[in-house]
Design a protein around this ligand. Structure first.
Ligand code: ZN
Length: 456
């Protein structure tokens, strides 16, 4: 057992002061006690918050961050960016995958994420054949998470077709080719290999309505088992919406909700384009809308109708998706600012009639939604939850002695770098004084891994 003491901390029932935090040997919180006297031997922190779960990542895409920003076509879109991304996916080796992911996960920890859902559809060898160990690349991600010390919800993801109407896969998509049988194999071997891990758990993914048939959903749900997350990319691009209407007569969210038992286990990533009726229907399912504001802005996807959605009590969380930039704080800033620009109003993410801090409300809702989407039954500063926390660097704030939600508003709206000083996951310090404990070695391995990928 060891103790921490926080002048203020964000607990499930709100901000509390003089909080004693006791960490058990098994990496969970043994006790959280507000209004405590400071124990003599406890480490002292000014301000502690629960870290943000990151509900959507494609780790390998970190290796092209910043390289997709040259206009190479008169009409640059998501689809032209995707060609570049496919070139990377085509070349990466298992060793490179692990080294890139491990350093990325260390960067995520430094930014204030301690859990990541990895939407993993790159399964096969370069020639499109399955590896002898079918879970080879999945296990690289699990190893990377253990190396960095981040919680991982690994989502082996079904990817069968090259487009709506059962189009065959393009050559560039062959490494993604998968059947429910292959996914079952990967899920079973990854679960067996990570059994007993405090950090790694396994759910499932369906790539998108473009790439899977909904007839596979019962199989995929059976493979997942009860209570594990099910994620899908849903309506990222207008072209995807038009193609879906053409193929099925329905828009993507409308079609999914009509043909799959979407409930609280589900996370619909990039639910960007929805009608008023779809917004209401999605909110009613209790599923999470997986929002990735930085990537969605970078790829020119569109603006999610957050204000309407939360008006129907819709749940949401945050994902770093392409990993072009890692900061839950900046994700929230862009999310709120995109809504302000659209509505020409201020403080618009809160539900209508709800007054108070925008940053505080956004942070708490994203914590809840992210935990649900990552399949974490307990999250945050509460007894029994995995002992994950962020000590904020309140000295880095311009204004002194901020309290409560003012801290979160300052962290989101008035800081460029994530204001994260120390980070703990599963009871161990992974980041101290803004440095990941293994940063030099992981960074060196990352650079060595990306060098050959960047040639040509
Ligand atoms: Zn994605």
């Amino acid at each position: 057992m060891s103790d921490l003491f926080a002048r203020q901390a964000l607990l499930p029932d709100g901000w509390r002061q003089n909080v004693k935090i006791t960490i058990a040997e098994d990496g969970t919180f043994a006790a959280i006690t507000p209004d405590s006297p400071a124990p003599a031997d406890a480490e002292w922190a000014d301000c502690i918050v629960p870290p943000m779960p990151n509900l959507h990542s494609h780790a390998f895409q970190r290796a092209m961050s910043g390289l997709g920003e040259k206009r190479a076509n008169p009409d640059d879109t998501f689809w032209t960016w995707r060609k570049l991304m496919y070139q990377l996916a085509h070349r990466i080796t298992p060793e490179q995958m692990q080294a890139i992911s491990a350093y990325l996960y260390a960067e995520m920890l430094c930014a204030g994420y301690t859990q990541v859902a990895e939407f993993h559809y790159l399964h096969n060898a370069h020639d499109g054949a399955a590896y002898a160990g079918k879970a080879t690349l999945s296990l690289c991600l699990a190893n990377a998470a253990e190396e960095a010390g981040i919680g991982l919800t690994l989502l082996p993801t079904l990817y069968t077709y090259g487009g709506f109407g059962g189009k065959p896969l393009q050559d560039a998509q062959k490494r993604f080719a998968s059947t429910p049988e292959l996914i079952a194999d990967i899920v079973a071997s990854t679960r067996a290999a990570t059994h007993g891990s405090r950090l790694v758990s396994v759910g499932v993914g369906l790539h998108s309505l473009r790439a899977v048939s909904l007839e596979a959903v019962p199989d995929i749900l059976r493979i997942a088992g009860s209570d594990t997350p099910v994620h899908i990319h849903i309506a990222e691009q207008m072209r995807e919406v038009r193609d879906c209407v053409q193929a099925t007569g329905q828009r993507p969210i409308e079609h999914l909700l009509a043909h799959a038992p979407v409930d609280e286990r589900w996370c619909l990533v990039h639910a960007t384009h929805l009608t008023e009726a779809e917004t209401r229907a999605l909110a009613k399912t209790g599923a999470i809308a997986g929002l990735c504001p930085i990537t969605e802005a970078n790829l020119g996807d569109g603006i999610f109708p957050l204000t309407d959605y939360v008006g129907h009590n819709g749940r949401f969380g945050l994902g770093s998706d392409s990993n072009i930039l890692l900061s839950p704080w900046e994700e929230l800033r862009i999310l709120e600012y995109s809504q302000r620009l659209h509505h020409q109003k201020r403080c618009v993410s809160l539900p209508f009639g709800h007054l108070g801090s925008t940053g505080g409300w956004l942070y708490r809702e994203s914590l809840k939604g992210g935990a649900q989407a990552c399949g974490l039954s307990a999250w945050g500063l509460q007894t029994g939850a995995r002992a994950d926390l962020c000590v904020l660097d309140t000295d880095a704030f311009l204004l002194p002695e901020l309290m409560g939600d003012d801290v979160l508003d300052a962290a989101i709206f008035s800081q460029t770098a994530p204001p994260v000083l120390h980070v703990m996951s599963a009871g161990q310090w992974r980041v101290r004084d803004r440095q990941h404990h293994n940063a030099p070695a992981l960074r060196q391995a990352f650079r060595q891994a990306v060098r050959p990928l960047l040639s040509n």
